[in-house]
Design a protein around this ligand. Structure first.
Ligand SMILES: Nc1ncnc2c1ncn2[C@@H]1O[C@H](COP(=O)(O)OP(=O)(O)OP(=O)(O)O)[C@@H](O)[C@H]1O
Ligand SMILES: [Mg+2]
Length: 253
């Protein structure tokens, strides 16, 4: 089995990376796909959002050599959905890596033994294009870019596409953008619609048909440590992430 390694990437903060990583993962798992979430953000939002025990070792401990891969995988409340957590130690990782050989390959070297055991591995990035994120880009094969339809969206997206192009050329030729995902969308506002039109006219099919609506249930679920399909499986947010999962499965073929 070829594992699909999907990275939620955007250097801008608060665009829905973590929410989307959790709920795409939970929706794929609900469809019977064995899925592993990996949190590489020192904020640990995905870790708490799926109710992991943050005192257990996670990504940092694997990279530091103090824990084995099979010790860090935790089961979530959703069948088929597992996760590896992150903690505040990840904040210092980029500095620790700076002077190391193969500093861009730490994540790939440590985590690639997981490949083959999972249908999907979904990685949640910090809001930065620093060395930790670059490490994830070197291991991943597909990127989903979540974004809000707001002014300056195009500028941020252009920078991001440029960076992805550079990494593909220099470090990971397999890297592809799977799609651009609009999050917290509200079709009632004119600006939202204009920004979407603008980006669709430029990036065309790369934009997912599914747009994630602004939905309070999606914002509430993490404080209960649950993905949306467990917290309120019939709300609009849950439906949208199921539709996204179908699109992701279709695009991956
Ligand atoms: N569709 C949505 N509807 C309503 N609220 C949302 C939605 N998606 C995300 N949120 C809320 O918006 C905030 C930012 O979302 P999230 O944490 O997923 O973004 P992020 O890109 O991971 O942020 P960071 O860059 O800090 O890691 C959170 O409070 C989240 O609960
Ligand atoms: Mg986040």
């Amino acid at each position: 089995m070829k594992t699909k390694i999907i990275l939620f990437l955007n250097q801008k903060g608060g665009v829905g990376k973590t929410t989307s990583a959790i709920n795409l993962g939970a929706s794929l798992a609900e469809m019977g796909k064995r899925t592993l979430l990996i949190d590489i953000d020192s904020q640990g939002n995905l870790t708490s959002g799926v109710g992991l025990d943050a005192r257990k070792p996670g990504v940092y401990e694997v990279l530091a050599g103090s824990a084995a891969l099979n010790e860090v995988i935790q089961q979530t409340a959703v069948r088929n959905l597992f996760a590896i957590g992150s903690n505040i130690h990840m904040a210092g990782l980029a500095i620790e890596l700076v002077n190391q050989d193969r500093r861009e390959y730490f994540i790939r070297d440590a985590f690639s033994p997981l490949e083959g055991n999972w249908e999907y591995i979904i990685i949640d990035c910090p809001p930065s294009l620093g060395l930790v994120t670059i490490n994830a880009m070197v291991w991943a094969n597909e990127i989903i870019i979540p974004m809000q339809s707001e002014y300056f969206a195009m500028e941020g997206l252009t920078l991001l596409m440029h960076t992805i192009g550079n990494i593909k050329k220099s470090l990971n030729p397999e890297l592809e953008v799977l799609g651009i995902l609009f999050t917290m969308y509200s079709k009632r506002t004119r600006l939202s619609r204009d920004v979407v039109d603008d980006i669709v006219s430029y990036f065309d099919d790369l934009v997912f048909d599914t747009m994630i609506p602004r939905n309070i249930r999606l914002a509430e679920a993490p404080s209960h440590g649950l993905p949306i399909n467990q917290y309120d499986g019939s709300c609009n947010g849950a439906k949208a992430y199921r539709a996204l999962a179908k699109e992701v499965i279709k695009r991956g073929k």
